[in-house]
Design a protein around this ligand. Structure first.
Ligand code: PHE
Length: 358
């Protein structure tokens, strides 16, 4: 390695030694300067190039002086100066190479290849994925398969087939992200699905009963973003259509599910509710007490018996087949399980947050 000395400003060679460059000792001096020039930094290498190798550099000037030398010295001088130029070029090339190698592979020189690698920052499963995985596992054990559908839906699947009347407020711009809005012919509307229920329709069109499946996925709502609501979230839809499916089957399924997810001491309540696509409809709340917070009822899902109009819209005879459906919010469940009080944390991708869910 070269000794690091502060870079001298470039001073042109005294004019006097140039034209009468007959003296070998002058060449020796330049040669010595070139050999010991400190080439540690990019700036030094560039200054070196300007001093020795550029068109106005010392060596060019020396070469120009050959003509003025004594005729018998010219050949020898030419040889010496070419050697000098070669030396400067070699030093320049080597310094350049060393600098760029140092930039990319500085560590390799000191690396001990037998050492274990440095700790690799391992990622973790996102809390939403963890909850989703558990929900899927529970329903898998209850005999449900998994289905999915597109996130961009048409009016028929998201609303009409689900028995939403034409003027239903959920069809409003306030709640729904429209991809295409046709004022004259609403059946041509395209939306980001506002719930996973349209997958029920797709599934029943494809597969005649018995059908028993859950349908997890993302849904979108045009709501203002707050600690409690976000413009997108996840739902898990459930559907069971067969002969003689009744409300008791639905209750049993929901209670079994919640018991598995929240533990044996689960306290729940089931309240009547309303959805256009189920009749009767209900909602399930669980009593949630964690840490030093006061306990409270928290709604985790909506459900009900599939409305006969929904079955008719997919050519299933409601006189023969009955079914139940439910839909739950994955964010809500995740937030209560892990005591997360702001839904936006789930979408920020902040490693300081995510690292807490190994
Ligand atoms: N789709 C309803 C919602 O988004 C939930 C639901 C699904 C209710 C299935 C009943 C049956 O709120």
């Amino acid at each position: 390695m070269f000794e690091s000395v502060p870079l001298e400003p470039f001073t042109p060679l005294p004019v006097a030694i140039c034209p009468v460059m007959a003296n070998i000792s002058d060449i020796e001096k330049v040669k010595n300067d070139i050999s010991t020039y400190n080439l540690d930094t990019e700036e030094a290498v560039e200054a070196f190039r300007l001093t020795y190798l550029s068109r106005k550099g010392i060596i060019t000037e020396l070469l120009a002086g050959i003509g003025k030398a004594e005729p018998q010295d010219r050949a020898r001088l030419g040889k010496e100066l070419n050697a000098l130029k070669q030396l400067a070029k070699t030093r320049f090339d080597e310094a350049k190479a060393a600098l760029s190698a140092g930039k990319t592979a500085d560590i390799t020189a000191t690396d001990d290849p037998t050492l274990p690698p440095p700790p690799f920052p391992a990622g973790s499963t996102h809390p939403l994925s963890q909850t989703l995985e558990e929900i899927k596992n529970i329903f898998y054990r209850l005999g449900f398969t998994i289905a999915d559908g597109p996130e961009m839906e048409d009016d028929f699947h998201n609303f009409t087939a689900l028995n939403f009347p034409p003027e239903h407020p959920a069809r409003d711009m306030q709640d729904t992200f429209f991809i295409r809005k046709d004022e004259e012919d609403p059946s041509r509307d395209l939306v980001l699905r506002t719930h996973t229920s349209p997958v029920q329709i797709r599934l029943m069109k494809e597969q005649k009963p018995p059908v028993r499946a859950i349908m997890p996925g993302r849904v979108y709502r045009n709501e203002s973003i707050t600690a409690k609501s976000y413009c997108l979230f996840h739902q898990v839809e459930g559907l069971y259509v067969d002969k003689n499916v009744n409300l008791a089957d639905l209750k049993h399924t929901l209670i079994t599910f919640a018991g598995h997810l929240f533990g044996k001491n689960l306290k729940y309540r089931i309240r009547p509710s309303f959805f256009p696509f189920t009749e009767p409809s209900l909602e399930m709340d669980i009593w949630w007490e964690t840490g030093n917070r006061p306990g409270q009822w928290m709604e985790i899902l909506g459900a009900g018996m599939v409305h006969p109009n929904v079955l008719k819209s997919v050519d299933i005879d409601p006189e023969v087949w009955t079914g139940f459906a439910f839909g739950m919010g994955v964010e809500r469940i995740t937030m209560s399980r892990y005591e997360i009080d702001d839904i936006r944390l789930l979408y920020d991708n902040d490693v300081r947050f995510l690292n807490q869910f190994p």
